[in-house]
Design a protein around this ligand. Structure first.
Ligand code: TRP
Length: 448
């Protein structure tokens, strides 16, 4: 089975070298794997949450699109699109908003950080907090669930959001799936091996520290940035410690082991920092030079970029449009035309729709569950040594013979031939237990 990999890039800045090594390069490599299907998109709706400068939004979308293409993303293989070109995404966001617990979203780190800051400053807890910021994880869940992604490569700060998407998906499946998994449960993927690059000052390279090296400036801009990398004050000829040098760490992220060993030896032998910077510049210019030319070409042909992204959106919508139709139907937004027929069908099914689901325990024994129409468990069977014995019991339960149900506190057991063969869940009280016993009898009632 192919794995669906999906990730979004918020379009609120200009890509720097840290983005390249940490996200862009590994994502492009992953997209070339034969058993992967990748969905990469510009999260421009998310960008609106953080940025209210239209010119900057527009510029960043263009730069990020050109960057990914210049770095070698193959759009005939990956699906590459703008979030805002997929109207199904905001529509799905609403369906998810209606099942996402407010309590869940209250716990989101980004929202909590704003509240904590407000409280520390003696402000109203929600001062300056928009509904966009609060609902950020729901929009992100829609991005992920729309395409049933299995894996979501993200930075550590985003793990919680992927987990929330899982939570919301589970809730939705439970409410509307009628036992079917409507949404795949996604998993965050953290690349442990990917370098977190140090910036000019040695702290993590990040726009918020203003210590970045631009990915696609001119060669001169690259050279100037490299010249500003902070080093210690050792003089030419004095041995340098590669392992405490962020210049060396940067070099490592773009070189072969052989190049690294050579550079290390030179530093230990007293290579001047000025020379060392020259080496790093040469390395980066070599890795990025061609891509920079492609980038400049693309930036100057925005029409072409527009076409590529619209084609990507059309490709993505081939999946999104029919899936959203299914989801709308699942929550009850259906055409009136199919109503009469649909309802009659649904009623007939409702009686029949209790389902037996058999499975194997880790120890190899066989069991089954009986689920009601909404997927709630009514019974869990004992363990049987073979599948046949389990099958015989479930067959007898459907044979129409009178059920022998026996109360056990807030639960009940089902008996066959003087033996308890299955158990109900434990209910909150005896009234719920009695209701469950009635719905079990109803579910297994012989059909006319
Ligand atoms: N929130 C992510 C970030 O800031 C970007 C993003 C938006 C995303 N939607 C997504 C990432 C869906 C993965 C999947 O990095």
């Amino acid at each position: 089975m192919t794995t669906r990999i999906l990730t979004g890039i918020t379009t609120s800045g200009t890509p720097h070298l840290g983005n390249y090594a940490g996200a862009i390069r590994p994502a492009i490599i992953a997209s070339r794997q034969a058993d992967a299907e990748s969905f990469y998109f510009l999260a421009d709706y998310h960008a609106l949450i953080k940025c209210d400068d239209p010119a900057r939004i527009q510029r960043s979308r263009l730069e990020i699109a050109a960057t990914w293409l210049a770095c070698g993303l193959d759009v005939s293989k990956a699906t590459f699109y703008r979030q805002s070109d997929i109207p199904e995404i905001p529509e799905l966001t609403w369906l998810l908003t209606c099942v996402a617990g407010k309590g869940l979203l209250n716990r989101a780190h980004a929202y909590k950080a704003s509240v904590d800051k407000n409280l520390a400053e003696g402000e109203d807890p929600d001062a300056g907090v928009t509904m966009g910021l609060f609902s950020y994880p729901v929009l992100m869940a829609a991005d992920i669930l729309m395409f049933n992604a299995h894996r979501v490569p993200v930075g550590r700060d985003q793990i919680q959001h992927v987990e929330m998407a899982r939570d919301i998906a589970q809730r939705f499946n439970h409410l509307f799936g009628a036992g079917k998994e409507l949404f795949t449960l996604p998993e965050a993927q953290i690349e442990e091996s990917v370098a977190t690059l140090p910036g000019l000052d040695g702290r993590k390279m990040s726009k918020s520290y203003d210590n970045t090296i631009p990915l696609f400036g001119t060669a001169k801009q690259l050279k100037d940035a490299v010249a500003r990398i902070v080093t210690d004050s050792r003089l030419p000829g004095e041995p340098k410690d590669p392992d405490s040098s962020n210049l060396f760490t940067l070099y490592q992220a773009f070189s072969t082991p052989a190049q690294q060993a050579e550079f290390r030896a030179e530093l230990l032998a007293g290579l001047a920092w000025g020379e060392a910077k020259q080496r790093l510049f040469g390395l980066l210019d070599n890795e990025l030079g061609e891509a920079r030319e492609r980038y400049n070409g693309l930036i100057n042909r925005p029409d072409e970029l527009e076409d590529i992204l619209l084609a990507g959106a059309a490709k993505a919508r081939k999946t999104a449009t029919p899936f959203l139709a299914e989801l709308r139907a699942a929550v009850g937004l259906r055409s009136f035309r199919t109503q009469v027929q649909g309802d009659a069908g649904a009623k007939k099914k409702a009686v029949k729709s209790a389902r037996f689901v058999s499975f194997r325990e880790e120890d190899g024994s066989f069991r089954f569950r009986l689920l009601d129409a909404s997927g709630e468990q009514l019974l869990l069977s004992n363990c049987f040594a073979d599948g046949k014995a389990a099958g015989q019991v479930s067959k007898r339960l459907q044979s129409g013979e009178a059920l022998d149900l026996r109360e056990q506190g807030e639960a009940f057991g089902l008996w066959l031939d003087a033996e308890c063969v299955a158990q109900s869940p434990v209910y909150a009280d005896t009234a719920s237990r009695d209701a469950a016993m009635a719905s079990l009898r109803d579910a297994l009632k012989p059909q006319e």
